[in-house]
Design a protein around this ligand. Structure first.
Ligand code: TRP
Length: 336
């Protein structure tokens, strides 16, 4: 087993957008292609998806689209452990062992749960209105994802740091009771990776309905780029790159030199229409080849199914014996 195991999960709730690409897909795949002896585990968190989405067709469709997007962007399933969470029965089984060492008070403090409760209070509803046990226990399932493979590094967004702290807490608690089985995982938040802004200038996110789909066909992509909000400055008036969403997205796709050139163009008062036209071409240049692979993959779902099953088989070669060890450690073992 390699010294470093890098693991991250992708919740399969919607169609991948540019923010997912810049913030997660592109850096993760780049890291998996670097020459190093670290192992990489990228998985589709479809059990987590059920917490947010109870529409079976959408759960299935999102799983297909997310898998196709990662493969189209260059994920190599021979190099990376690429699997679907629900294909690894040891994950929910380990989650149970972790539930049994998890103080309820720990989960009371989880941000996602606290936010839901606060929102209910603000609206004069029962605090637990529409809060499922899935939402409440989310961090325990996530800890099982991580600890089952003894991941050492977990690339995540800032919003997930608390979940990583909880995974470490649970690992420590388990180790204290049953012996040193788990490695404590470290969160990795890459500050150099941009949190992309969306059409309205807020963080690009499905919950704000301001996203640009990663693989919108060329002409649709142009329309989306044209919808990015700008101010009313006329052509010829100098514009501030550092408060502009057009510029921020430009930066995420451009070389250092191209970024400098656009910065200069802003100073010189480039028209918004022209800046957007150039931005559209830049994004399209990077994504067009992957887009073609993406649509080919969507047309061959049985091929994706095969890749995921093979990935799960490889992952279970690790997971199954380790889970056996954990079961024995807690006392669930042959009687004689
Ligand atoms: N909770 C993560 C998110 O919303 C997704 C996720 C599930 C995950 N299990 C994980 C991330 C394990 C890292 C490791 O982004």
């Amino acid at each position: 087993m390699a010294e470093e195991r890098v693991l991250t999960g992708i919740t399969t709730t919607g169609t991948p957008h540019l923010g997912n690409y810049v913030g997660a897909i592109r850096p993760a795949i780049a890291s998996s292609r670097e020459a190093s002896d670290a192992e990489h585990f990228f998985f589709l968190a479809d059990l987590h998806a059920l917490i947010k989405c109870q529409d079976p067709e959408r759960v299935q469709r999102a799983t297909l689209e997310v898998a196709a997007a990662w493969l189209a962007c260059g994920l190599d399933p021979q190099r990376v452990f690429f699997y679907r969470q629900s294909d690894i029965p040891e994950i929910p089984q380990l989650a149970w062992l972790l539930h049994c060492v998890c103080a309820k008070g720990l989960l009371n403090r989880a941000h996602a749960y606290k936010d839901a409760v606060q929102k209910n209070r603000d609206e004069g509803l029962d605090p637990d209105h529409a809060v499922t046990m899935g939402l409440f226990c989310y961090p325990v399932l996530m800890a099982a994802d991580i600890l089952l493979f003894n991941a050492t590094r977990v690339p995540v967004g800032r919003d997930q740091l608390q979940h990583l702290e909880m995974a470490r807490d649970l690992a420590q608690r388990f180790n204290h009771l049953y012996g040193p089985h788990f490695t404590l995982p470290e969160a990795v938040v890459d500050e150099s990776v941009a949190v992309l802004k969306g059409l309205d200038g807020r963080k690009m996110s499905k919950s704000y309905d301001n996203t640009i789909p990663l693989f919108a066909p060329r002409e649709q992509l142009r329309k989306y780029v044209n919808k990015i909000r700008t101010n009313l400055l006329e052509p010829g008036q100098p514009k501030d790159p550092d408060t502009s969403t057009v510029f921020q997205i430009w930066q995420a796709f451009a070389s250092a030199e191209e970024t400098e050139r656009m910065r200069q163009a802003f100073r010189e008062g480039i028209a918004w229409g022209e800046a957007k036209r150039q931005l559209f071409e830049l994004i399209d240049r990077e994504l067009a080849p992957a887009r073609e692979r993406y649509f080919d993959l969507l047309a061959a779902p049985e091929e994706i199914e095969r890749i995921l099953r093979r990935g799960a088989e490889r992952a279970r070669e690790r997971a199954a014996p380790f889970y056996e060890e954990l079961k024995r450690a807690v006392g669930i073992r042959p009687l004689g």
